[in-house]
Structures are given as structure tokens and as C-alpha cells.
Design a protein around this ligand. Structure first.
Ligand code: PMP
Length: 452
């Protein structure tokens, strides 16, 4: 049975449901054998092991199971902006390995690392021009918060309930989900949380955007009055659900940060590199003090992440906020550089903006026809469809969402459900119009079957 607000549903569909069991029973013998082996050797976790299926290939916007059945993947963990196994990225990596320069020890640099840092300084919003790399997004969040604390001399943070910023004490502390925090005793002190603006689901059932923004901003102002020593506000510009805040909201936060000497840290680990129809989601809003990047920065194949900030903060010569073995890994840097070049050369940012708008409009038309669609939100290729039992009560349609997801899987469309009832669509940016129509038709068919 689903319960309202069960913590395991914050991030995605759970792996212990009856629907998951039925899905596994429908798989062939060999797949089930490997699933059992996987479950035997890996630690079990609510949002990963036991897993969904076994993959044999990931290519372009598709993932393939052991039988060669392909699924248009709407999740990709956010690494697949230029498509899985992108040939340009593969070629850059092969070249790097053939040149026998796939690693450089710290205290040395290499040309791909410098080129990637320069490229990021060029393509990120004006004023962001100083880079530091690390292996993963969680560590990049760690570096961003450390930079803010050391530069401001303050030690508290404000971030948002329900956000996910990574694993590890600092990144988990600024994340807001009990699921990732419980059982660890005290986390990093001074990690305060407020609510992310939500125009569809807010506690007051209001619809006036400005009034909603002001009420959420009031929470932050209240905290600032009562909690001195705030070093940073940490947030995704658009939440992963997604909820798309107004420009007013982020402009107000930017003003507060400037006035109070607080860093604004934008986590664009998912939203960076074109996903929202701009190269960076910050471009819809305001420029942060630190932009945190990851996922697709590793070319869709390698773990790599980093921060881009301002040269005026390049004053920590006597300490190390990111002392990582792979700080300037040339293989990762060559992959990241090729990924960005591919996105630019193939106008994938524009593609996400245009086709994202097509998808949004089409789902909004569908919303008129099917009362199960309570809300459609998003920007570019970052879209959420909130499924409800009743559009007036907005009661979340948990079981329905799960059945729709498995029905779509059967037809070759894979996506993740967030909060137990929100279909999230974050495809590769390489999608064609035909593939967009496939998404729309498949979801519509699955919804129709639910209405019967
Ligand atoms: N921030 C966001 C918004 C993320 O989605 C993730 C990964 N899901 C992270 C941080 C952490 O990144 P990583 O898994 O590379 O540590």
C-alpha cells in the first residue's frame, strides 16, 4: 500500500512494490538469473538494488535489455545529454588513451584539462571563469559549500526540503530528504532548510504566483533574521520534480544574497549542458556565485564533475577544497570537451528548447482530455506530469502512475517516477520529432488503458 509522503518515494519509483514483482515475473529466464546474481552480490538500496532490468547496450537516446529490446530512455541519470556512447566522445577518449595520456598525477597538468576549463569559462554565464574538477557531483557540492564557507567566513547553509544534492555528509546535509539522512546521527551542523516554491502543490492552495513566491521568500527572510552566519543558499534553479520557479523568485534571492554577503550556489548537475533549453538553467534566471556541474560533464561515460565560480574568490592558495586524485584527469576532460562540442555543433540546446515546448504543449492538451493529468510542468527536456486521482483534491495517483510506467516499459519507453506519482521525462537532447511523437503516443495509450 502506498502512503502519502512515504520517504522512499521522494526520489523515484520504489523497487519493492507489487508492480515491480509482476514486472520481474514477466522477464525471461536468463534476465531473471542475472537479476538474482546482482541482488546476491550488491548491497541492497531502496532506489537501486534490486534493479529493474539488465542492460546489454546504451546508445544514443536508447537503452537495450539482454534480449536486444530497446527503450527510449527518459532518465539516463542525466549523463546522456549528447546521447549514450556518443561517437565523438568515444573517439576523443580513444585518442587520449592511444596517446598514453589517460591520467596525470597531481602537481602536473595536461592540455585537455586546460581546454575544458577554458571552455567552461567561455560558455558559462559572464563572471564565472574559475574552475575546479572532481570525480562526482556530490563532491562538487562539497567543494562549492566549502568555497562559500571559507570565503564568507560563515558556516550555515539554507537549502530546500525534497532536494537531492548528493551522497556524503555535506551533500546529504544540504539535501532535504530523510531517506538519505536517517540513521547517521548528526549531519553537518548549520544545514537549514526551507520549502521550494511550488505553484501547483503549495500548503495554502493558492494560485497567485506572486503571492506564493512572497510567502516562500518570507521563510527565507525569517531564517536570515534569526540565524546569523549563513554562508550559502544552495538550490537547483529548477527542481528535479520539476517545479519551475518564477524569474521574480530567483531575482529576489539574488538580491538577498548580494545584500547579506551570501553565496548563491546553483546545482546544475542535471540541468546543465542544455537540458532546460538554455546551455545552463541559470540563464533563465540569475548568475550564481558558484555553478555546480556533473553528470554529462563526463561525456556520458566517465564520472566527472566540477564547480565554476568567480576569479575574485581565487584566494584560497593556502588551503585545498578539492584535493582529488582525478582533479585534472585528461581522459575525463577530453570526454567532457567532446560532449560540449557535440552539443554545440548539433544545436542540441535549441533542439531541447523547441521539442521540449512541443512536448509540453502536447501534454497540456492531453491534460484537457484526461483528468488523471493534474499538472504539467517543465522547461526544455525537463518535464514532469503530475498524476492525480482527482484534479480537485490533487490526491496523488501512486498505483496508477506505476501501472502507467510499466505499461510504457512494455512498449519501449522508460522513465522514472518522482514523489511516487510524477512521471519525469529527461531524455537525451538528441531526440528527433518522431521520437517525441513516440513518447506522446506511448504515454497517451498507457493513460487511456488506465481510464478503462
Ligand atoms: N545534485 C543533483 C541535482 C543530482 O541529481 C545528483 C545525482 N543524482 C547529484 C547532485 C550527485 O551527483 P553524483 O551522483 O555524481 O555524486
Amino acid at each position: 500500500m502506498h502512503k502519502e509522503n512515504t520517504i522512499s518515494e521522494d526520489q523515484g519509483d520504489i523497487n519493492s512494490s507489487q508492480q515491480r514483482l509482476l514486472y520481474h515475473q514477466s522477464l525471461d529466464k536468463e534476465t531473471r538469473y542475472w537479476l538474482e546474481e546482482d541482488a546476491k552480490y550488491f548491497f541492497h538500496q531502496a532506489l537501486s538494488t534490486p534493479v529493474m532490468n539488465v542492460l546489454s547496450k546504451t546508445e544514443g537516446p536508447y537503452i537495450y535489455d539482454l534480449n536486444g529490446k530497446k527503450y527510449l530512455d527518459m532518465h539516463g541519470n542525466g549523463v546522456h545529454n549528447a546521447g549514450f556512447n556518443n561517437p565523438k566522445v568515444v573517439e576523443a577518449m580513444m585518442r587520449q588513451m592511444n596517446e598514453s595520456l589517460a591520467f596525470t598525477p597531481r602537481r602536473y597538468t595536461n592540455i585537455p584539462a586546460i581546454q575544458l576549463a577554458k571552455k567552461l569559462a567561455e560558455i558559462t554565464p559572464a563572471g564565472l571563469d574559475r574552475v575546479l574538477f572532481c570525480p562526482g557531483g556530490s563532491e562538487a557540492i562539497e567543494m562549492a559549500v566549502m568555497l562559500a564557507k571559507q570565503i564568507t567566513g560563515k558556516w550555515k547553509t539554507i537549502s530546500f526540503w525534497d532536494a537531492y544534492h548528493g551522497t556524503g555528509y555535506q551533500a546529504s546535509a544540504v539535501s532535504g530528504q530523510a531517506h538519505f539522512l536517517k540513521g547517521n546521527g548528526p549531519m553537518v551542523p548549520g544545514a537549514l532548510h526551507v520549502e521550494f516554491p511550488n505553484y501547483y502543490r503549495n500548503p495554502w492552495n493558492w494560485t497567485d504566483q506572486r503571492a506564493i513566491d512572497d510567502e516562500y521568500l518570507r521563510q527565507i527572510k525569517l531564517l536570515l533574521r534569526n540565524e546569523p552566519d549563513i554562508a550559502a543558499i544552495v538550490a537547483e534553479p529548477i527542481s528535479s520534480t520539476p517545479v519551475v520557479p518564477s524569474a521574480y523568485y530567483w531575482q529576489q534571492i539574488r538580491e538577498i544574497c548580494d545584500r547579506e554577503g551570501i553565496f548563491l550556489i546553483f546545482d546544475e548537475i542535471i540541468e546543465g549542458f542544455g537540458r532546460t533549453g538554455k546551455m545552463f538553467a541559470s540563464e533563465h534566471y540569475v548568475t550564481p556565485d558558484v555553478l555546480v556541474l556533473g553528470k554529462s560533464l563526463g561525456g556520458g561515460m566517465l564520472p566527472f564533475a566540477g564547480i565554476v565560480s568567480k576569479s575574485k574568490y581565487n584566494i584560497l592558495q593556502d588551503s585545498s577544497i578539492g584535493h582529488f586524485t582525478h582533479e585534472k584527469n585528461p581522459l575525463c576532460c577530453a570526454a567532457g570537451l567532446a560532449e560540449i562540442e557535440y552539443i554545440e555543433e548539433n544545436n542540441l540546446v535549441e533542439n531541447a528548447a523547441q521539442k521540449g515546448e512541443y512536448l509540453m504543449n502536447t501534454f497540456r492538451e492531453m491534460q484537457e482530455k484526461y483528468p488523471i493529468i493534474g499538472n504539467v510542468a517543465g522547461r526544455g527536456f525537463h518535464i514532469g506530469i503530475d498524476l492525480v486521482k482527482d484534479p480537485h483534491t490533487k490526491q496523488r495517483a501512486y498505483e496508477e502512475a506505476e501501472r502507467i510506467m510499466y505499461r510504457c516499459m512494455e512498449r519501449g519507453l522508460a522513465f522514472k517516477i518522482i514523489e511516487g506519482n510524477v512521471i519525469t521525462l529527461r531524455p537525451s537532447l538528441v531526440l528527433s520529432q518522431d521520437q517525441c511523437e513516440f513518447i506522446v503516443n506511448t504515454i497517451e495509450e498507457a493513460i487511456k488503458a488506465e481510464m478503462k
